[in-house]
Ligand binder design. Structure first.
Ligand code: MGD
Ligand code: SF4
Length: 715
């Protein structure tokens, strides 16, 4: 559709994923008419199909434009005054009758930093409820806990620019070709420029990423922990460890206490390739080859996402990926680094860094630690003892407690849990029971059905705020047009709500800029220090990476080495998150998950994204070209399985897991692996999460969307 000529161009950031691409937005007065990649941003002008069609979503006429209140099962238009008054009454009533544990906030890695920061501060320091969590729990909680355990601090040591220096890429549980396309293109450019570059891909599915690998390991679902330990074992056996790096910068730990390098090597003996290869579905030779390549390359970079994070052993996997780099010295040099790729645009800056999860406080502080609570109480200027000492409910627990009638009133913002939580039917019971206020841009989402109050939210360039993506880079989205109808930004909704709840003194700022300035100054007292990232700089520069302790500081590309403001001047490498400056290598065992194939459930179901769709599809499935490209949701089989189970393209089947049954149509693709069925989660008429298991990692509480045992039959 020709939307008219561009009258002015503006730098911004893509609305969708954690790649955080810089985009140029072409406006015709208040209409977004063109989108292109920003040549000056880190993505050097490259964007994917979703980002290039942001205008289509912005110009969709069917947005939610007024508040609505559910009366006798039907939504009735209401004024903001009516909606906010009712919301306030319900929260106050629940607080006074049932206490702070009975209320909750379920947010999103797509809210702006100022929005998550405000919700977190309001609930934890104002309403005294730690029930603040959000969809990043489903996405990167395992990476966050993994980094924190290994380095003492969350967020990665390296950056995207390491791609331009790496000689070996170790991609595990990442389909970068479809999920982070500009980064994948950067990897391919690096390979083109240097013939020594090797790409290793570990994935049960032969994804488009795997197709381009020099070495592809089709590991069986749920087994990667044994593979990573086996690689460490080979490295130890072949003397591929960097003993100099280890002696200066590494401690070993068995999860309870410090151990020696020799004890660590003993632990690894159980994972000799000959012992584990069969279970992994690989050959010992393949494991040895990959271990050798990883350790002996000039610079190895690991990249991973949901195939590693969304796993019952997600934290152990993250620990061990970090360990592979530490024991081989493949870290703290250009091109040598672990880098977990983030799913959402602002999961890092918005949720991890602001501490907007139920166990966290801003900038890496923990609710469970008294000195951290005291520090935040001082910074927020509230009396000592205000922040409750017990962590709140994490994502699944919060909805479980709605089922059990403990959480009675909740605000859900910028997320669609009724489609995206695993074992969905169960948690919907809770959504039905609780009084839900849902802030949304569209009225027809699955979660909106369960709302008692629907609040129309401003979208993307209808508001202003900061996004923080994978590599600690903060970038600003500026407001370029007014919200549609009566929509308000989530920030304005939260500030208004705070005032009505009697928390106007705590949330005293009125604009995102004032909020940013408060938070920026607070960060000064932590190792996240981004006090030098002012609004003015964000408007001029193409993002800045923290730490950035002063306005004349250029930002920090790589952490823990010279140039990082927290590394003492006499040290080359210093892991300052740990008291002795040494990172920890954990001996983490492989523990098989509960979801395993059997005679009754002979196939694995694994789920994930496709290139043209964003999450629950509420935005991208409305764009005709993107909808056409993705097609309807379906169960994708390898041709061999299609033969075994006697199904063909277009057949309708019933899939049964331990969590329930659902029907859907069949597709066939050579990209799948025998024994593994794939399904994406963008189509609300194909609610795959009805059968996905909600087993979760005991440390990160991140659910395992990747491994569910299923049975199939034709209907
Ligand atoms: P989204 O579709 O991103 O999914 O789960 P969700 O966050 O639940 O939902 C965002 C919602 O916010 C949409 O309904 C959109 O219309 C609305 N929205 C957009 N902009 C705004 C705004 O500015 N303000 C407000 N108030 N609303 C807005 C994502 C979740 O899904 C994640 S993060 C992961 S990693 C999981 N992945 C996953 C998987 O791999 N497999 C399966 N089977 N399920 C999964 N679910 C998880
Ligand atoms: Fe947007 Fe992600 Fe695509 Fe970049 S890769 S354009 S951030 S959706």
């Amino acid at each position: 559709v020709d939307e008219g000529p561009v009258k002015s161009w503006h730098k911004s950031v893509c609305r969708y994923c954690g790649t955080g691409c810089g985009v140029m937005l072409g406006m015709n007065k208040d209409k977004l008419v063109r989108v292109r990649g920003d040549q000056e941003a880190h993505n050097k002008g490259v964007i994917c199909i979703k980002g290039s069609m942001l205008d289509s979503v912005m110009n969709n006429p069917n947005r939610l434009k007024t508040p609505k209140i559910k009366k006798n099962g039907k939504f009735v238009e209401a004024s903001w005054e009516e909606a906010m008054t009712l919301m306030t009454e319900k929260f106050k009533e629940s607080l006074s009758q049932n206490g702070p544990e009975s209320i909750g906030f379920y947010g999103s890695g797509q809210l702006l930093i100022e929005e998550s920061y405000t919700a977190n501060k309001l609930f934890k320091a104002g309403l005294r409820s730690n029930n603040v969590d959000g969809n990043p729990r489903l996405c990167m909680a395992s990476a966050a806990v993994g980094y924190t355990q290994t380095f003492g601090k969350d967020e990665p040591p390296g950056a995207y620019v390491d791609i331009d220096h790496a000689e070996t890429f170790f991609l595990i549980g990442s389909n970068a070709y479809e999920c982070h396309p500009p980064l994948w293109e950067r990897i391919m450019m690096r390979k083109k420029a240097n013939k020594n570059v090797k790409i290793i891909v570990v994935d049960p599915r032969k994804t488009k990423t795997a197709e381009h690998a020099d070495i592809y390991l089709p590991v069986l679902p749920g087994k990667d922990m044994a593979l990573l330990n086996s690689m460490c074992c080979v490295m130890a056996e072949l003397n591929l460890l960097d003993e100099d790096f280890i002696s200066k910068y590494v401690n070993f730990n068995d999860g309870k206490k410090k151990i020696s390098l020799e004890e660590y090597k003993d632990f690894l003996k159980d994972y000799r390739p000959e012992k584990v290869a069969d279970e992994l579905g690989l050959t010992p030779r393949e494991i040895r080859e990959v271990a050798y390549q990883f350790a002996s390359s000039k610079a190895t970079m690991s990249l991973w996402t949901m195939g590693i994070n969304q796993r019952v052993q997600g934290v152990y996997l993250n620990n061990t990926l970090n360990s592979l780099h530490l024991i081989t010295g493949q870290i703290c040099r250009p091109g040598a680094t672990p880098l977990s790729l983030t799913g959402q645009s602002n999961a890092c800056g918005g949720v991890r860094d602001t501490g907007s999860l139920s166990h966290l406080l801003p900038n890496g502080r923990l609710i469970a630690k008294e000195p951290h609570r005291r520090e935040m109480e001082k910074l927020w200027n509230v009396p000592e003892g205000t922040i409750a000492p017990k962590p709140g409910f994490h994502a699944l627990a919060m909805f479980d407690e709605m089922v059990k009638d403990k959480v009675k009133v909740a605000l859900i913002m910028c997320t669609n849990p009724a489609q995206t939580l695993p074992n969905n039917r169960y948690y919907r019971e809770g959504m039905e029971k609780a009084f839900l206020v849902v802030s949304e841009i569209f009225e027809d989402t699955e979660t909106a059905k369960f709302a008692d109050i629907l609040l129309p939210a401003a979208l993307y360039i209808e508001k202003e705020g900061v996004y923080g993506q994978t590599e600690r880079r903060y970038q600003i989205i500026e407001k370029l047009r007014e919200p549609v109808g009566e929509a308000r930004s989530d920030f304005d909704i939260l500030v208004d709500f705070a005032n009505r709840m009697g928390q106007g003194k705590l949330i005293s700022y009125k604009t995102p800029t004032e909020c940013w300035d408060e938070y920026r100054i607070i960060s000064k007292s932590s190792k996240y220090d981004f006090s030098g990232i002012t609004r003015e700089r964000l408007k001029k520069e193409r993002g800045i990476q923290w730490p950035c302790p002063s306005v004349d500081h250029p930002g920090t590309v790589r952490r823990y080495i010279k140039g990082d403001p927290f590394v003492p001047s006499d040290k080359k490498v210093y892991f300052y998150g740990k008291p002795d400056g040494r990172a920890t290598v954990f001996a983490r065992p492989y523990i098989p998950g509960k979801e395993n194939i059997s005679k009754e459930k002979p196939l694995f179901l694994t789920t994930g994204r496709v290139i043209s769709q964003w999450h629950s599809g509420t935005m991208t499935y409305r764009v005709p070209e993107l909808k056409h490209s993705a097609g309807p949701g379906r169960f994708v089989f390898h041709p061999q399985d299609a033969g075994i189970y006697k199904v063909k393209k277009g057949d309708r089947i019933e899939v049964e897991s331990s969590r329930g049954k659902m029907e859907g149509i069949v597709a066939i693709s050579e990209h799948e692996t025998p024994g593994v069925v794939f399904a994406a989660f963008y189509d609300k008429t194909f609610l795959i999460n009805n059968v996905v298991s909600d087993d979760y990692d005991p440390y990160s509480k991140e659910p395992d969307y990747k491994v569910t045992a299923i049975n199939v039959k034709k209907v």
